[in-house]
Design a protein around this ligand. Structure first.
Ligand code: NAD
Length: 368
């Protein structure tokens, strides 16, 4: 029997409500006895600030470093709008990403057939869509120096951001993308702006070299980022894996996400480098925030959080069959017409957060 250590960080707002549904699925797996998940819990975000004046403390960071995977809910809310900048709820999330070295952000955009009508595109364009965006998360223009605004003392100011990539940063994210493509549709689109940016030229060069040397069995296409955005809304099903830098990834992943309908459906994974045992630090979280407008009302859609757990099963625990099972259970529940408020459609049955969790567990019981 394999054993996995999970750190559960529900956070704030609906983070605490949707994590309850993941807790129930973890217990379900533990009760079946095939695998064992040990869980530790911690505070992050506003909840951590209230308890000890920081958005995450060192003891919780230690647990995160030791865990096979961190399950993260969401942080933030109006209660903490005025806390000092370095202690704001998001600082907990940023410290986790930085200290765990999570350089690869995986954002799937999957369109469940039952929800194809929720997309802003026509059903035939999105039904069955399954794209994985692999975004470089720790480099590029969000972190490059200099990054400053200078007063030119003539009534003008000058703002500078620096887009900066080194070979190793492109190398490691490209390898993640090619590896993942081999387990999916075996195709990678590498997206940059080599026509106008030097980082794009280097990106293209490094990705091509790695492809030629180690991944020539995977189909590789280079696509300019502006064209990629256009193609994503024109004919999104042509894509399998898209690998791109931090800035373009931020934008392209949001475009891809919206093809699928709702924020409450979108999971994500952030992975670090593999150690000598092939183990990588990892954090799994929904794309959405703490939704203070509906927190505490039982209205939150738990599917993004539960799908994030399915990603943890797939990528941190190598339990692909179990991940498939959770995703199949979600798909069936949606096909059966159950909806939380955010994805409600005429003629469907509206359910609460916990009713959605129960329905997914019922489906898991049928699949087991
Ligand atoms: P949000 O994602 O929390 O909510 C946007 C809208 O989508 C809201 O109307 C909300 O009710 C709805 N929504 C989001 N998730 C849902 C779900 N699972 N089920 C049903 N409806 C859902 O974004 P926001 O309103 O811009 O931000 C709210 C707070 O969350 C802010 O404090 C923000 O800083 C924080 N935030 C945190 C994260 C994170 O923890 N990773 C990400 C984004 C925003």
């Amino acid at each position: 029997m394999s054993t996995f250590d999970l750190l559960i960080l529900p956070g704030d707002g609906i983070g605490t409500e949707i994590m309850v549904e993941v807790d129930r699925i973890i217990s379900w797996f533990n009760d079946r006895g095939a695998h064992s998940f040990n869980t530790e819990r911690g505070l992050v975000g506003g909840a951590a600030y209230d308890a000890h004046g920081a958005a995450i403390d060192d003891a919780t960071m230690d647990l995160a470093q030791k865990a096979d995977a961190v399950m993260f809910g969401a942080v933030g809310g109006p209660k903490w709008d005025d806390v000092p900048y370095e202690s704001r709820p998001e600082a907990g999330l940023l410290r986790l990403r930085k200290d765990l070295g999570l350089f690869a952000n995986l954002r799937p955009a999957i369109c469940y057939p039952a929800l194809a009508e929720s997309s802003s595109l026509k059903r035939e364009l999105v039904e069955g869509l399954d794209i994985l965006i692999v975004r470089e998360l720790t480099g590029g223009v969000y972190f490059g120096e200099p990054k400053e605004i200078t007063d030119l003392e003539n009534g003008q100011k000058r703002a500078v951001d620096t887009q900066l990539y080194e070979t190793y940063e492109i190398d490691r994210i490209a390898r993640v993308a090619f590896d993942l493509a081999r387990k999916r549709g075996n195709m990678v689109h590498s997206s940059e702006k080599r026509n106008v940016m030097k980082t794009g030229v280097l990106w293209h060069e490094v990705v091509s070299k790695i492809h030629q040397e180690d991944f020539s069995d995977v189909k590789l296409e280079h696509i300019l980022a502006d064209n990629c955005a256009m193609q994503l809304v024109r004919a999104p099903k042509q894509f399998d894996v898209i690998v791109t830098d931090n800035l373009f990834g931020d934008i392209l992943s949001d475009v891809a996400a919206m093809l699928t309908g709702s924020l409450g459906m979108l999971p994500s994974a952030s992975l670090g480098a593999e150690d000598e045992n092939g183990r990588a630090k990892a954090m799994y979280e929904p794309v959405h925030g703490s939704a203070p407008d509906i927190a505490g009302e039982g209205k939150a859609n738990p599917i993004a959080m539960i799908s994030s757990f399915a990603m943890a099963l797939r990528y941190s625990c190598s339990l692909a069959d179990e991940a498939d099972m959770v995703e199949k259970a979600i798909s069936t529940v949606l096909s059966n017409g159950l909806r939380t408020g955010d994805i409600m459609q005429p003629g469907k049955q509206q359910v609460t957060t916990s009713e959605m969790g129960t329905a997914i567990l019922d489906e898991l019981n049928k699949l087991a």
